[in-house]
Design a protein around this ligand. Structure first.
Ligand code: FES
Length: 257
């Protein structure tokens, strides 16, 4: 981005934005967003099935798994998945489901274990997901092949220090999916980047409300300082009042809906 032509192009685009009095030429006359996208259980279920289970999802930063045995339990609806760095140094993603009767292997949001021992009947896996020990193995029909009963793995790829997962075995490689975002970022020496802070917020809203609101370019001029409190997404206000998230608090949003 530091070449003269790119800088000139950027300045041209900024100048065009300053004088523009309507949508860019050729911009389609889009209809309002349908509120059901944020309120319909059926739409949400379809999203989970056809979108979230087939796309790359951010899992963790590599610095959260510095040593072999470190794990991070992800919080993905209907997809109990954890990341673990194996003794071989590789980070893998597994379903948090024991191959015996389906009990969870890890329960804390993050931690470190040298082995994964299921607390239900003590089946034990190594940090690479391989089943290594079964209580009363002689009681199972023989031959008993532990190699076929390791933890179910989920696709896991990294871009720089960032770890992503994808439940779709046929998904395109992560780097291809990231496309121009990765092209732009790689000028910043991404391997040296570290998270300054990780915060978790619970919102009473559909997952689509906040990202959509915060990606809006109208925030800088009107920002009154700090993150606006989220309002509940209900039929009506979302589609009819796209700037509702600018309201100072939830009560205002409710009262003027
Ligand atoms: S469910 Fe894990 S050992 Fe039985």
């Amino acid at each position: 981005m530091d070449d003269p032509q790119s800088i000139a192009n950027l300045k041209d685009r900024m100048a065009a934005e300053q004088v523009r009095e309507g949508p860019p030429p050729g911009f389609p006359a889009l209809p309002p967003l349908a509120p059901g996208r944020y309120t319909s259980q059926e739409f949400y279920d379809l999203e989970k099935k056809h979108l979230w289970r087939k796309t790359w999802l951010y899992g963790a930063h590599g610095s959260q798994l510095p040593e072999p045995g470190n794990y991070v339990l992800l919080d993905i609806p209907d997809a109990p998945i954890f990341l673990m760095r194996g003794k071989d140094g590789q980070v893998r993603a597994f379903y948090n489901v024991c191959s015996h009767r389906g009990a969870p292997l890890v329960r804390d949001p993050e931690g470190r274990e040298s082995l994964l021992r299921c607390t239900y009947h003590q089946w034990t896996y190594n940090t690479e997901g391989k089943l290594i020990s079964v209580m009363d193995e002689r009681d199972f029909p023989q031959p008993f092949d532990k190699d076929c009963l390791g933890l179910a793995e989920v696709r896991c790829e990294t871009w720089g220090p960032w770890i992503f997962i994808n439940e779709d075995p046929d998904a395109e490689p992560l780097r291809d999916w990231l496309g121009m975002i990765a092209d732009e970022f790689e000028q910043f020496d991404i391997d040296t980047m570290r998270p300054a802070a990780i915060r978790t917020y619970e919102l009473e809203a559909n997952h689509g409300c906040l990202p959509r609101g915060l990606s809006h370019q109208g925030h800088p001029p009107g920002n009154r300082g700090g993150l606006p409190r989220p309002h509940r997404c209900r039929d009506g206000p979302v589609a009819q009042r796209p700037y509702a998230h600018d309201l100072p608090n939830e009560d205002d949003a409710r009262g003027s809906a």
